[in-house]
Design a protein around this ligand. Structure first.
Ligand SMILES: Cc1cc2nc3c(=O)[nH]c(=O)nc-3n(C[C@H](O)[C@H](O)[C@H](O)COP(=O)(O)OP(=O)(O)OC[C@H]3O[C@@H](n4cnc5c(N)ncnc54)[C@H](O)[C@@H]3O)c2cc1C
Length: 329
C-alpha cells in the first residue's frame, strides 16, 4: 500500500460511514478500515432486524435498511473501503501517520477514529454448557428474526436491548418471556411502556442457573432472587441472552500514538480533535461533557470532524459547499 490518503477513517460503523460520506462530499481522498467483514458496526452486527425509532427523518427503520442506505450514500464517491482489516497500530511520522493492519500499512495525512467501544463482544451467560448451546438454542443477538418464527422464546436481561429484542421477537414468535433478575427494568420509560402494552410475559426476579437440552429446545432452571430462592423450570425452544457487551480497548492501547482518555473513552474537544494533532475521533468511542452513545450523536459528530480537518489541513481543497448541491445534479 503506497498511496497517501487525506483522511483514514478507522471503524466502519454508522459514525465512520457517515464521516466517509462527508469526506467524499469534501473531495478528500479517503479510506475506511473496518475489522469486521461488513460495514455497519453494532447496527449491522448486533441488531439488523431491530426497528430503530430515533434517527431523524426515519419514523421507523430497521438496522439493516439504515446501513444499506448509508452504503448507497457512500457509493456516490470513489472511497477506498477495506473490510476484514483491524488496525493494529498507528504511528506518527513527518507526513502524517502510518496505519498498520495485518494485511499491510498505508500512509495518511489525518485520521478519524470511529471504533465504537472497540472490539466488542456480548457478555456471556455463566452456565457450564453455554458454549456448546450457542447458535443452537442459545443466542446473544437476533440476527435472523425468521429463525424464531412460531418458537417459544425466552429473553434474559433488563436493559433497553433486552426489551428491544423481546418486542422484536413478539412479532414472529409463538410466545416471548422476558426474564430479569430485578423487578424493575433499566430500559427507557417509553420502552417499558411498550413492553407493558405487549404480549411479552415478564418473569422477575429470576436468574438462570442451568440449561439442559431437550428434544426440541431447552429446559431452563431458574432461581428466584431473594430469600426464598424458589427453583422453577421452563421449557422453551430458544433463549436470547441480552446482558450487554464487554468492550475491548486493547487495540487502541497498543497503538504508538497515545490518545488521551476520559472515562476509558477517547477524550475530544468540541471540534472532535483528540490530543494528537491530525487525529480526530467520533461515535461511541469518544467522551466529552454531555456525550450520548447514540447513532444520531455519531451522525452529528462526523461532519464536525471532517470540516475541522478540511479547514485545518486542506484549506485549498473545496468540496461542495452545501449538501443540496448534490441533489440538484
Ligand atoms: C442492541 C442495541 C440496540 C441499540 N439501539 C439503538 C437505537 O435504537 N438507537 C440508537 O441511536 N442507538 C442504538 N444503539 C447504539 C448504537 O448502535 C451505537 O450508538 C452506534 O452503533 C455507534 O456507532 P459507531 O460508529 O460509533 O460505533 P460502532 O457501531 O460500534 O462501530 C464501530 C466499528 O469500528 C470497528 N472497529 C473497532 N476497532 C477497530 C480497529 N482497531 N480497526 C478497524 N475497525 C475497528 C468495529 O468493528 C465496528 O464495526 C444500540 C446498541 C445496541 C447494542
Amino acid at each position: 500500500m503506497t498511496e497517501t490518503y487525506d483522511i483514514t477513517i478507522i471503524g466502519g460503523g454508522p459514525a465512520g460511514m457517515f464521516a466517509a460520506f462527508y469526506a467524499g462530499m469534501n473531495k478528500a481522498k479517503t479510506q475506511v478500515v473496518e475489522s469486521l467483514a461488513e460495514l455497519g458496526g453494532q447496527v449491522n452486527a448486533l441488531y439488523p432486524e431491530k426497528t430503530i425509532l430515533d434517527v431523524a427523518g426515519f419514523p421507523a427503520v430497521t438496522g439493516r435498511d439504515l446501513i444499506a442506505n448509508q452504503q448507497k450514500q457512500l457509493d456516490q464517491f470513489p472511497l477506498t473501503i477495506r473490510t476484514g482489516q483491524a488496525v493494529t497500530n498507528v504511528t506518527a511520522n513527518a507526513d502524517g501517520f502510518t496505519v498498520t493492519t495485518p494485511q499491510g500499512t498505508s500512509q495518511t495525512k489525518t485520521i478519524i477514529v470511529a471504533v465504537g467501544n472497540g472490539a466488542f463482544s456480548p457478555r456471556k451467560l455463566n452456565v457450564a454448557n453455554a458454549d456448546e448451546l450457542t447458535g443452537k438454542h442459545l443466542f446473544y443477538s437476533v440476527r435472523d428474526l425468521e429463525r424464531f418464527r412460531d418458537k417459544n422464546v425466552m429473553v434474559a436481561g433488563g436493559g433497553d436491548a433486552a426489551i428491544d429484542q423481546a418486542l422484536m421477537l413478539e412479532q414472529v414468535a409463538k410466545s416471548v418471556t422476558l426474564l430479569h433478575r430485578r423487578d424493575q427494568f433499566r430500559g427507557l420509560a417509553h420502552m417499558v411502556d411498550l413492553l407493558e402494552q405487549s404480549s411479552v410475559k415478564v418473569q422477575t426476579p429470576y436468574l438462570i442457573r442451568e440449561l439442559a437440552e431437550t428434544a426440541t429446545g431447552l429446559d431452563v432452571t431458574l432461581k428466584q432472587v431473594g430469600e426464598q430462592g424458589t427453583i422453577v423450570h421452563e421449557d422453551i425452544d430458544d433463549l436470547v441472552v441480552s446482558y450487554g457487551f464487554t468492550a475491548d480497548h486493547r487495540a487502541l492501547a497498543a497503538w504508538d500514538v497515545d490518545l488521551a482518555e476520559d472515562h476509558r473513552l477517547i477524550a475530544v474537544d468540541s471540534t472532535m480533535a483528540t490530543n494528537v494533532a491530525g487525529i480526530y475521533a467520533i461515535g461511541d468511542g469518544v467522551m466529552y461533557p454531555g456525550k450520548q452513545p447514540l447513532i444520531a450523536t455519531g451522525y452529528g459528530e462526523a461532519p464536525v470532524a471532517v470540516r475541522s480537518i478540511m479547514t485545518q489541513f486542506f484549506p485549498n481543497l473545496h468540496g461542495p459547499v452545501r449538501s443540496t448541491s448534490l441533489s440538484s445534479k
